[in-house]
Write a protein that binds this ligand. Structure first.
Ligand code: HEM
Length: 390
């Protein structure tokens, strides 16, 4: 047994957050596990290693999904930050409302909303992909789903963003985001069924609490998870759809010609640019991976994006190709914590791709602007120009 290879880089440095893929390749070639003393973490870099770790919750515990102790403490009692058996109950209630059956009726509404929005944007001839589409669309969907109204709806974007940012190490971004994430925690601990629209999923979660199906006081935590996990990530993925089709017009033409490629295209967008940069786990025992040991108690950093570009798993991994249909990509995680909202995220992603493919003949993109962000890798601003309606 040996110690893991080491790298001096800072996983959360601005330039790496904005474009991590050269770094991911470098780390992946050093080994499946690389010690990063600057961040005091062991990074998991290769597809198989990441998948195995995500499947082994006893060794890779979710008690430390964030990279600073304050956030891990604040998230106690949530599904994301718990291990079985606590996790099993929380997850069951949380996903009850997100199963394909529960989402069945919603699919039609989501498709219609995406279609109307994209038709209107296409008619304008140019638009800004992030504000006009990627942010506008999921905010509306998630707000209606959970039953948010008024002041909360206006805060969702800020809160969702901050909830992801505070998962980073205690850098300036994290410190500045804590007060905003605190507003969300505060709201979730006082929200009641009466604050949420009748018939909404949010109301249903409170009903479950009243029935005793979930522990008293956990409804607010579940709503917090929907907001924290379900907004920033989906926004990133929709922005990425526009940017990647803008960069690869021949791939856009493929999906225009054959709309049955829509699900495969969304899988490839998620594989190619994973919306989550790094995610934590606490190692509970000395664990050996490919001869190298991660010591008990160490913090692991799961690099979904590095695994998704691992050439040991995907042929021509750095090529964006919507015909490959990578159903096993890691962008939604894997195992017991695998994204509970992926059904909803898929409905939204597919609806946007389908609407673009049917309403837009061609378009080009201007310069894409990104701001460094600890956990969500997202475009901030993306002009869409010369749109020719289909
Ligand atoms: C493209 C969009 C999305 C991406 C890339 C994404 C990514 C992820 C990832 C990587 C995890 C695993 C975390 C872990 O292993 O600890 C996760 C879990 C989760 N996601 Fe998503 N997510 C997306 C959309 C959504 C949406 C729309 C919702 C809900 C409205 C949602 C709710 C959740 C929840 C509740 C969990 C925790 C599940 C658990 O702890 O068992 N996500 N997501």
């Amino acid at each position: 047994m040996t110690t893991a290879p080491t790298s001096d880089l800072d996983l959360f440095a601005d330039d790496i957050l904005v474009d991590p893929y050269a770094t991911f390749a470098e780390l992946r070639e050093l080994g499946p596990v690389v010690h990063l003393p600057h961040n005091d973490v062991y990074a998991l870099t290769r597809y198989d290693t990441i998948r195995d770790a995500l499947g082994d919750w006893e060794t890779f515990s979710s008690t430390s999904i964030g990279f600073n102790p304050m956030v891990n403490e604040a998230l106690a009692g949530t599904s994301l930050r718990s291990d079985p058996p606590e996790h099993t109950t929380l997850r069951a209630t949380l996903s009850e409302n997100l199963t394909p059956r529960a989402l069945r009726g919603l699919g039609v509404q989501i498709e219609a909303k995406a279609d109307a929005l994209v038709e209107q944007l296409a008619a304008r001839g140019d638009f800004e992909a992030m504000d006009d589409l990627a942010r506008a669309f999921p905010l509306e969907i998630v707000a209606n789903l959970i039953g948010f109204t008024g002041e909360v709806k206006a805060n969702m974007m800020r809160w969702g963003q901050a909830a992801m940012e505070v998962l980073g190490p205690m850098n300036q971004r994290t410190q500045e985001s804590f007060p905003i994430a605190g507003e969300l925690y505060g709201w979730c601990s006082t929200v009641t069924a009466a604050d949420l629209a009748e018939g909404s999923i949010g109301r249903g979660i409170f009903d479950a609490e009243e029935r005793g199906a979930i522990p008293a006081g956990s409804a607010g935590h579940i709503i917090h998870q929907y907001l924290g996990a379900g907004i920033d990530t989906t926004i990133a993925s929709i922005g990425n759809i526009v940017a990647l089709f803008g960069r690869h017009p021949e791939q856009f033409e493929l999906v225009r010609q054959d709309p049955s490629l829509v699900p495969a295209a969304f899988n490839e967008v998620l594989r190619f640019w994973a919306p989550v940069h790094a995610w934590g786990r606490r190692v509970t025992r000395d664990v050996e991976i490919d001869g190298a040991v991660i010591p008990a108690g160490a913090q692991a950093a799961i690099l979904f994006g590095a695994g998704n570009r691992d050439p040991r798993h995907y042929e021509n991994a750095d090529v964006f190709d919507i015909t490959r249909n990578p159903v096993d990509h890691l962008a939604f995680g894997y195992g017991p914590h695998g994204c509970a909202g992926q059904g909803l995220a898929r409905l939204e992603g597919h609806a946007v791709i389908r609407a673009l493919a049917s309403r837009v003949g061609s378009f080009r993109i201007g310069e894409e602007q990104r701001l460094p962000s600890n956990v969500t890798r997202s475009i901030d601003h993306l002009p869409v120009l010369d749109v020719v309606p289909a």
